[in-house]
Design a protein around this ligand. Structure first.
Ligand code: TXA
Ligand code: MG
Length: 335
């Protein structure tokens, strides 16, 4: 069943006041929103996403002046970043407050906050007297939605309303920075590049490398953004050549920045930005992953993106999409 999609902000606000779930557009990805101060409403998010309860949620505000009434405040360096990039694809993990339900913070003494840069959702947030808890509007572990139709396809019958704000401009989730320690720490690569962050507040600590069982940002879970078909990440040309030596030869779709591969039909190749623009590529990434996944194929081969700018966020998402399933193809796993 397809949920009810529309552009009625007042209706969305009413649903949220009643403790119902509404999918909302943001500049990064669509969110699955509930009243962030209503525990019974937030519980529904976990149920609908099948999300592990240890994975806390980001609270969305129309502006950061609303933090104070909840006993929250941004440290100085966070304020500097907020002045430069917010509203925008940046989330701050800061010390929590007893006014925030434990279900939002997963019982941790910290809370994540952000002001999304989408006019529709900013208007919605203005009309509400509570922040919205909103994870990405996909079943846990699957590819995040960057259009209202993506949400409808995956969660359409589980939300009261899908507020349509068009395709997401940024296309990967917000960058998350923790301010719990002396030195700010990057928890997730996202829509604001590391270079741009460090240009404002200087060097920050980076996420701990590799898979962590009990991650500080559980979005760092190794297996995430999973496509139905196995996905391998690396030098795509090499990977395609190796795959073509297998018997039977797998049918392949490719994802790359600019490269095209002579051994694959053009229709099976997703070049995310022919001009090599990493921001454009990020905005197309999740849609391309879905399109590739919907084709009659056996394998998705993703080319490693340049390790700079939004290329870091793109590689991060592709790494998490690459799973051990790829072993069945005897393909080298991405690191
Ligand atoms: O762009 C975005 O951030 C989107 C849109 C909808 O705003 N939201 C999003 O939410 O990506 P979600 O739940 O899919 O990812 C949020 C990440 C998770 O990895 C979660 O673990 C981390 O933020 N997080 C939330 N609260 C935290 C906290 N108190 N401490 C550490 N990490 C936290
Ligand atoms: Mg998510």
């Amino acid at each position: 069943m397809i949920g009810y999609i529309g552009i009625d902000i007042a209706f969305a606000a009413d649903c949220l006041r009643k403790g119902e779930l509404v999918a909302i557009p943001t500049e990064t990805v669509y969110g699955l929103a509930a009243n962030g101060l209503n525990e019974a409403a937030v519980v529904k998010i976990y149920a609908v996403k099948n999300r592990p309860q240890f994975n806390p949620l980001i609270l969305h505000f129309p502006d950061f002046s609303r933090l104070q009434a909840l006993g929250l405040h941004l440290p100085d360096k966070a304020l500097e970043l907020a002045a430069r990039f917010c509203p925008g694809p940046l989330s701050f993990v800061i010390p929590g407050s007893p006014k925030i339900p434990g279900i939002v913070t997963a019982g941790t003494p910290a809370v994540a906050v952000r002001v999304p840069a989408h006019p529709v959702t900013l208007e919605l947030l203005q009309q509400l007297d509570f922040p919205l808890a909103a994870p990405s509007a996909n079943p846990s572990g699957m590819v995040s939605p960057t259009s209202a139709l993506h949400v409808a396809a995956q969660l359409g019958d589980k939300v009261s309303y899908i507020l349509d704000g068009g395709p997401c401009r940024v296309g990967v989730e917000s960058t998350i920075i923790s301010f719990l320690e002396e030195r700010p720490r990057l928890l997730r690569y996202g829509g604001i590049s590391l270079e741009n962050i460090e240009a404002v507040i200087g060097k920050i600590a980076l996420p701990e490398a590799g898979f962590v069982d009990n991650p500080i940002a559980p979005g760092m879970l190794a297996r995430h953004y999973a496509t139905r078909h196995p996905l391998v990440l690396g030098d795509a040309e090499l990977l395609i050549r190796q795959a073509h030596q297998l018997d039977p030869i797998p049918r392949i779709a490719s994802i790359s920045l600019t490269r095209q591969f002579k051994d694959l039909p053009a229709a099976y190749q997703f070049c995310l930005s022919p001009s090599g623009n990493l921001e454009e590529a990020a905005s197309r990434l999740f849609h391309a992953m879905r399109q590739a996944d919907d084709m009659d194929i056996d394998l998705i081969v993703a080319d490693r993106f340049p390790e700079k700018g939004l290329g870091l966020a793109i590689n991060d998402r592709l790494k998490r999409a690459a799973t051990a399933d790829t072993l069945v193809f005897n393909m080298p796993l991405s690191d």
